[in-house]
Design a protein around this ligand. Sequence first.
Ligand SMILES: NC(=O)C1=CN([C@@H]2O[C@H](COP(=O)(O)OP(=O)(O)OC[C@H]3O[C@@H](n4cnc5c(N)ncnc54)[C@H](OP(=O)(O)O)[C@@H]3O)[C@@H](O)[C@H]2O)C=CC1
Ligand SMILES: O=C(CO)COP(=O)(O)O
Length: 338
Amino acid sequence: MTEKIAVLGAGSWGSMLAEILNENGHEVRLWAHNPAQVQEMNEKHTNQKYIKNFTFSKSLKAYSDLKEAIDGVDDILFIVPSQATRSVAKQVNQILDQLNIKPYIIHGSKGLETGTHERISQVLEAEINPKNRKTVSVISGPSQAEAVAKHDPTLVTAASEDLPSAIHFQKLFMNDYFRVYTNNDIIGVEIGGALKNIIALAAGALYGLGYGDNAKAALMTRGVAEISRLGVSFGANPLTFTGLSGMGDVIVTATSRDSRNWRAGYQLGKGKQLDDIVKDMGMVIEGVATSQAAYDLAQECGVEMPITEAIHSVLNKQETVQEAINKLMTREGRSEIG
Ligand SMILES: NC(=O)C1=CN([C@@H]2O[C@H](COP(=O)(O)OP(=O)(O)OC[C@H]3O[C@@H](n4cnc5c(N)ncnc54)[C@H](OP(=O)(O)O)[C@@H]3O)[C@@H](O)[C@H]2O)C=CC1
Ligand SMILES: O=C(CO)COP(=O)(O)O
């Protein structure tokens, strides 16, 4: 089955997912809002700012006109930063009002919207009229774009409340280096993907301060515990958090030097100011905005999330990283389970 697919967002992950789909034989249209980036992709087949030293397939075409990118497609994949998804979805909906198509929608963004605290599938469902689309799904899991570029064997999850839609995307993406599982727990998959970025910030900060493997293992394990607590309070399946989009993504993002969130945390641990880190990174650090949304949600729902609170207070300059660690370590003793 070959399909026409629009990929919206040509950063590290959008361009790499577009390359996978293109290699799988689909007709892929990669949309970027920056015309210079479209020109670079079409003329040099590179995307140097986002994926260094990688040459994309010549058959992968980039577009700067959103309507041209979407017209006639079977599927639309949203891969812009979480906080930009709503504005892109509004534009897409207006265009779909004028076209006679009803595509499947999927996204690969890992964040929660600040203010509304919505998951990205909720944003897409709200902004794209059901008459203009089929279901909304997510693709998530441990998948640094730089490693996918090297065909590192990578396993991810496609999730939708509608299992046939998840299977639809499993078939589109699967190949011999990119293996896709399915899950109908979209809440758990999205919450795991979004909140692991907070744990990655914390892991980088610990390393920046010089702490080692015990601290890293403790952080990852208790990180999954608190992500799971929040997710379960929204009806997620606790087992999802032991899987690829939960523990799997915590492991890769909290250990990979390719992770922007880990690198940002490392610099925080070294004492660099957040504004400078964000400016110098030049790519999205999802954990920064998502730590605010997760902190607000935890307060609203009465869910205990000590690591999220610690990162929130460090990012808001209420505590240093060392002070936050001291507070975490001297909390009252707890039972591990429950
Ligand atoms: N990189 C990775 O390995 C992975 C990333 N993800 C997730 O994918 C999502 C995207 O990340 P990634 O590709 O890495 O991010 P990048 O920062 O690498 O790229 C983001 C892209 O989105 C574009 N963009 C930003 N704002 C807008 C907007 N308002 N409208 C249209 N386009 C916009 C940027 O263009 P410009 O810079 O020109 O503004 C850029 O092309 C994130 O949620 C991330 O968590 C998930 C798995 C792996
Ligand atoms: O989500 C990712 C890998 O699974 C990418 O993480 P970063 O955004 O921290 O690079």
